[in-house]
Design a protein around this ligand. Structure first.
Ligand SMILES: Cc1cc2nc3c(=O)[nH]c(=O)nc-3n(C[C@H](O)[C@H](O)[C@H](O)COP(=O)(O)OP(=O)(O)OC[C@H]3O[C@@H](n4cnc5c(N)ncnc54)[C@H](O)[C@@H]3O)c2cc1C
Ligand code: SF4
Length: 329
């Protein structure tokens, strides 16, 4: 690992301005992703600004009819919080599907949103990778791409966003509250938080350098009674998703009034399918409706050489997640 300066932040404003003042500084939260990447020589910050002694950023509290999740709250505390278990069971299921108990005890909500891709070429500094070294090429485009994207990719990068929590946050219409180095706050609807690769795959999110995530705010959810998080992976635990689905249904008798269908690990960001949601609006909650929705969700899929299997897998996962959300399976 290369030498770096370590600074312990004692208030959020100072933390944001310290990182904003140094283009090579980074925030340190749980460290479960950042420190791994530093050990692999993929991330090379020359200054770490430690956020972990900022208790005001670790609160989980009722707010605005919904819940505000502090950026520094641990994933485990978030998943187990009574307000989340009761009102946002989809979020509890998604968090618990990720990583391991030990990691969830260290990992924070803000850090989880900003975890980087698990593309193996990104982790290997000996190979070309536009996300790690812009302009060097994409080794996965014509290399081993079994885990990679089937939607929204560009020739510049075919990586997926690997996280679970964010898939549920997209289905729950979360809003990310951030503070800049100048002290100004702004909110980012979660749908606009992560980026597709286009021609700048090194940029994962729409955050500016030095912007600190303060909280992730959840509005009241109409999907609490009918939601399900489904994760399909190579092993039953402790593995990233091949395909994941966060599904929520707002029901009126047997008819679907509104829905959310968000697929994970199929694109560079959680992929909300408004096409599937349009099929479901006003439809009966039946397997036939869910199958039509799944076809619509994958209609634009463009598989690579080794990941054609993901298209059918994703369709089946969408149907299964919706069946479970509707309590039909
Ligand atoms: C073996 C292993 C298996 C895993 N499996 C899964 C899985 O199945 N599903 C899943 O979802 N995740 C999985 N993870 C990822 C894990 O959940 C993330 O590493 C973790 O959530 C990151 O949170 P952190 O607090 O440790 O972030 P850090 O590593 O501290 O930071 C990550 C990034 O976020 C930035 N950052 C952190 N906090 C803020 C903030 N408040 N404002 C602005 N920037 C910030 C940091 O600068 C850094 O760039 C796995 C990790 C490991 C090591
Ligand atoms: S898919 Fe993206 S992260 Fe992976 S090698 Fe290509 S550019 Fe790098």
């Amino acid at each position: 690992m290369r030498p770096f300066k370590y600074v312990r932040a004692d208030d959020p404003r100072a933390a944001a301005s310290a990182v904003a003042a140094n283009p090579r500084a980074k925030f340190l939260a749980g460290g479960t992703n950042l420190l791994d990447l530093m050990k692999e020589d993929v991330e090379r910050p020359d200054e770490l600004v430690d956020l972990t002694r900022l208790p005001q950023l670790a609160e989980i509290r009722a707010a605005g009819g919904g819940v505000s999740l502090g950026a520094l709250a641990k994933n485990a505390d978030t998943a187990n919080h009574p307000l989340i278990r009761q009102n946002y069971p989809l979020l509890t299921q998604a968090i618990v599907a990720g990583a391991s108990a030990q990691l969830r005890n260290m990992a924070t909500n803000g850090g989880n949103l900003l975890q980087r891709t698990r593309c193996m070429y990104f982790y290997d500094p000996a190979t070309p990778c536009n996300k790690r070294e812009p302009g060097t090429g994409c080794s996965a485009l014509r290399g081993l791409n079994r885990m990679h994207a089937i939607l929204g990719w560009s020739e510049q990068c075919v990586a997926t966003y690997p996280g679970d929590m964010a898939n549920a946050l997209y289905a729950l219409d979360a809003v990310v509250r951030v503070r800049g180095g100048d002290g100004a706050e702004r909110t980012i609807p979660i749908q606009q938080f992560h980026r597709l690769p286009e021609d700048a795959p090194h940029r994962d999110s729409t955050l500016a350098h030095g912007e600190l995530i303060v909280s992730i705010d959840l509005p009241p959810s109409p999907f609490a009674r009918n939601s399900h998080y489904l994760k399909v992976r190579d092993r039953a635990s402790y593995a990233f998703a091949l395909v994941a689905v966060a599904a929520g249904l707002e029901m009126e008798g047997g008819t679907i009034r509104d829905s959310r269908v968000v697929m994970g690990s199929v694109a560079h960001k959680p992929w909300r399918s408004e096409e599937a949601e349009a099929v479901l609006a006003g439809a009966p909650a039946t397997e036939a409706s869910f199958t039509r929705a799944a076809e619509a969700a994958l209609a634009d899929a463009r598989p690579l050489e080794h990941n054609g299997y993901k298209v059918e897998l994703a369709k089946r996962a969408v149907v299964r997640a919706l069946m479970r959300a509707a309590r039909l399976a």
